[in-house]
Design a binder for this molecule. Structure first.
Ligand code: SAH
Ligand code: SF4
Ligand code: F3S
Length: 480
C-alpha cells in the first residue's frame, strides 16, 4: 500500500502477475489479474500455488496464457465495472484463441455466482474465495467442454497448509493471511456475504510461513485479515461460536492476536511485522503493549472509522461510538507514542446530514491521520443498508463532502510529513525509486515512503536516513 491521500480507484488497482518458478509442468500457463484488497492479492498467490501443483506455470503475458483468471472485488460498484471492462479485453483474446479458458475468482464470483455465466458469455469458470482447491478440477471440466462453478463457502478453509507462490514480489515484503471471512456485518458491506464467516488460521502454519520467508531473505511480513484483532486460535479451524463450548482449561490455551503478534515478532528483530486491518471495537491495550515492546512491530495502525457521527455509526452497525474511537486513539498515542495512523472514511452514507458530515471532519481534526482511504458510499445489492435504508444523499452532495474530506486529509498528510523533516529513520529498502535508477525507495516503520540516493545500498537493506524534505506522500532524504 502506498502512502498519500488516496481515493482508491479500483481501475488502477489491477495488476498482472510475473513468472513463477514451478518444478512440475504441463506446459500450460495461467495469467492472473487481481483487484481489490490485499487479501485478494494474497489469495492470488494461493491460487498460483494450487495450479502450480497441477503443472501450471504463471505468465504476465496475456497472449501466451492458456487460462486467464481475474480475482475480483465487489466492495463498490466501480470495482465491478472495472472487472467487466477487463472481461471485454479478454473476450478479444478469446476470439483470437477460442480454447482460452477464462475464470472469474473472488468476491464478484461469490456475489453473482452462476448469474455471471449468463451475463458474461465468455466466462467459463466462476470460483468463490473458499473453493480455490477445486480450480484444477474446474479447469479440467472446461477442457471437456463444460462450464464450471464452485461458490461453496466454508467454515474451516484457511489454506493454512498451502505455501503461496510469491507473485509480483520484490523479495523483501510479503503478505500472510491470518484470518478469512468477517463476522461483523457492517450494514454497508458485501464482505460477510462474499467471504463468509470468520475463521482463524493455525498459528503454527503462520509462524512457519513467516520463518520461511525470513530464511529466504524477506524482511517484512504483513499479517492480513478483515479484522485482525479478532484473531483467535483454540486448537482447530472453525467458527468462533465453538469456542464458547470449550472448557476453561481449553480456553486458556487459545491464542489471541496480541499473542500471535508476539510470536511472529520473536522470529527475528530483523523481520518487520505489519498488520491490517485493525477494528476500533476490538483493538486492545494488551495488543498495543506488545507493539510497544517490539521494535520490529511497525508503528503504524490502519484504523478505519467510516464516520464521525454516532447516529451514522449506529446505522452502519460498526459496534463503537465516536467517543470509544477517540479513546482508542488516545490509547495508541499513550502506549505507542510515535505511531502513525490511517483510516477509511465513507462520505454520504444513507441519511447523512451536514451535521453528521461535520462530525466526520472534526474527528479527522482530532486524529490528524497520516493518510486515509476515502470513498463515496456505494450501495451494494442485498446488504442490510440496501434492504433497510435509502441511499438518499444526492451524488453531487456526496462528491462535495468527499472532496472536503480529501482536502482536509491533504492538509493533515502534509503537516504530518513536514514534522518528519529534520529527523532520522530506519528505512527498509524495497525497490528502485520510480524517478531515477540512482535512487532507492523504502518505508519507515510508520509506513511513510522515503526516497534517497542509492550509493552502495541495495534492496533488502536497513538504512538510516536523514529526512531533508517532503511532498504530500513521500519523504526525501540521504543515508547517514
Ligand atoms: N475490514 C475492513 C474493511 C474492508 S473494506 C474494516 O472493517 O475496516 C475497505 C473499506 O471499503 C471499508 O473500510 C470502507 O471504508 C469501504 N467500503 C466498504 N463498503 C463500502 C460501500 N458500500 N461503499 C463505500 N465504501 C465502502
Ligand atoms: Fe466489511 Fe465491516 Fe467486516 Fe470490514 S468489519 S469487512 S467493513 S463487515
Ligand atoms: Fe473487495 Fe472482497 Fe477485498 S469485496 S475489498 S476483494 S474482501
Amino acid at each position: 500500500m502506498e502512502l498519500g491521500n488516496k481515493v482508491i480507484d479500483e481501475a488502477v488497482q489491477g495488476s498482472a502477475t510475473l513468472l513463477a518458478d514451478t518444478d512440475k509442468t504441463n506446459n500450460k500457463k495461467v495469467y492472473i489479474e487481481s483487484y481489490g484488497c490485499q487479501m485478494n492479492f494474497s489469495d492470488s498467490e494461493i491460487v498460483a500455488s494450487i495450479l502450480a501443483e497441477s503443472g501450471y506455470g504463471t505468465t504476465n503475458n496475456l497472449e501466451e496464457a492458456d487460462v486467464v483468471l481475474v480475482n475480483t472485488c465487489s466492495i463498490r460498484e466501480k470495482a465491478e465495472q472495472t472487472v467487466r471492462q477487463r472481461l471485454t479485453v479478454f473476450n478479444k483474446e478469446k476470439k483470437k484463441k477460442p480454447e482460452l479458458v477464462i475464470g472469474v475468482l473472488g468476491c464478484m464470483a461469490e456475489r453473482l455466482k452462476s448469474q455471471l455465466l449468463e451475463e458474461e458469455k465468455i466466462v467459463d469458470i466462476v470460483v468463490g474465495p473458499d473453493a480455490y482447491r477445486d480450480l484444477p478440477n474446474l479447469v479440467a471440466q472446461v477442457d471437456e467442454g463444460k462450464k464450471a462453478v464452485n461458490v461453496i463457502l466454508s467454515k474451516e478453509e484457511t489454506y493454512g497448509d498451502i505455501s503461496p507462490v510469491r507473485l509480483l514480489s520484490n523479495g523483501v515484503t510479503a503478505f500472510i493471511s491470518i484470518t478469512r471471512g468477517c463476522d461483523n456485518m457492517c450494514t454497508f458491506c458485501v464482505v460477510p456475504f462474499t467471504r463468509g464467516r470468520e475463521r482463524s488460521r493455525n498459528p503454527e502454519s503462520i509462524l512457519k510461513e513467516a520463518q520461511d520467508l525470513f530464511d529466504r531473505g524477506y524482511r517484512e511480513v504483513t499479517l492480513l485479515g478483515q479484522n485482525v484483532d479478532s484473531y483467535l486460535w483454540y486448537g482447530t479451524e472453525g467458527l468462533k461460536k465453538y469456542y464458547e463450548n470449550l472448557s476453561e482449561e481449553e480456553k486458556a490455551q487459545s491464542i489471541n492476536f496480541a499473542q500471535l503478534m508476539e510470536k511472529v515478532a520473536q522470529i527475528s528483530p530483523k523481520l518487520r511485522v505489519r498488520f491490517s486491518t485493525s477494528h476500533p471495537k476490538d483493538m486492545t491495550d494488551e495488543f498495543l503493549h506488545v507493539m510497544a515492546k517490539y521494535d520490529n512491530i511497525c508503528n503504524y495502525i490502519h484504523l478505519p472509522f467510516q464516520s464521525g457521527s454516532n447516529r451514522i455509526l449506529e446505522m452502519m452497525n460498526r459496534g463503537y461510538t465516536r467517543e470509544w474511537y477517540m479513546d482508542r486513539i488516545d490509547s495508541i498515542r499513550k502506549i505507542v507514542p510515535d505511531c502513525s495512523i490511517s483510516a477509511d472514511i465513507i462520505a454520504g452514507f444513507c441519511s447523512e446530514t451536514e451535521e453528521d458530515h461535520q462530525d466526520t471532519l472534526s474527528l479527522m481534526d482530532y486524529v490528524k491521520y497520516d493518510f486515509s482511504y476515502m470513498f463515496n458510499y456505494s450501495e451494494r445489492p442485498n446488504t442490510q443498508a440496501q434492504r433497510k435504508f435509502k441511499d438518499d444523499v444526492p451524488q453531487e452532495v456526496k462528491s462535495r463532502r468527499l472532496q472536503e474530506i480529501i482536502d482536509k486529509q491533504s492538509t493533515h498528510s502534509l503537516e504530518r510529513n513536514q514534522a518528519y523533516v529534520g529527523k532520522t529513520f530506519e528505512v527498509l529498502v524495497e525497490k528502485k525509486s520510480k524517478r531515477s535508477d540512482n535512487e532507492l525507495a523504502g518505508r519507515t516503520s510508520q509506513n511513510t515512503v522515503v526516497v534517497f540516493p542509492k550509493e552502495n545500498y541495495k534492496v533488502g537493506d536497513y538504512v538510516t536516513v536523514y529526512i531533508e524534505d517532503c511532498t504530500g506522500g513521500t519523504l526525501l532524504g540521504r543515508a547517514i
